[in-house]
Design a protein around this ligand. Sequence first.
Ligand SMILES: [Zn+2]
Length: 179
Amino acid sequence: MAKASKKISEFSLVQGYLTRLSGGLAVGVVKICERKTGSVTDEELAKKLKVKVTEVRTILNRLHYAGIACYKKTKNRKTGWYSYTWAIKPRRVIELLLEEQAKEIEKLESKQRFEKDYTFFICKDRCSTFPFEIAAEYQFKCPACGKTMDLADNEKMAKGRNKQISDLKKEVEELRKIS
Ligand SMILES: [Zn+2]
């Protein structure tokens, strides 16, 4: 298999995933770990990211829990203290992300099937969309903002949904290439 020239942390899809998983700093942590494979300590990470070491540890623990980060424990002979050097498993990130994407695609496709069979009403401010029966129960007034709900353009909705699905599928293809 061809070796990926790009680091996984450069993919916006991966960045989004890491942020969802353990916050915005996680991307920085993974970036540094990828650059210095298997030789970064939590103290170094904290220094580079200019945050407290406890913050870095929280992120690393979450990544470790997900199987993304792993560590090696070494004892300093002089001080007797332990230090932990961290590494990232890029394949695991891709694996988790592909799982998540597959679920998302499935969800969108079932929405798509549902949307084909119903007539929808959409709020003027687009904060909610409901099938006819439910919109009628709300007397065609948006339950979120109180504005009128109008008949939605089914074709436009279907187009938007199709694009959403094909965009996700494209991203999955890209991910498969690097895994
Ligand atoms: Zn509304």
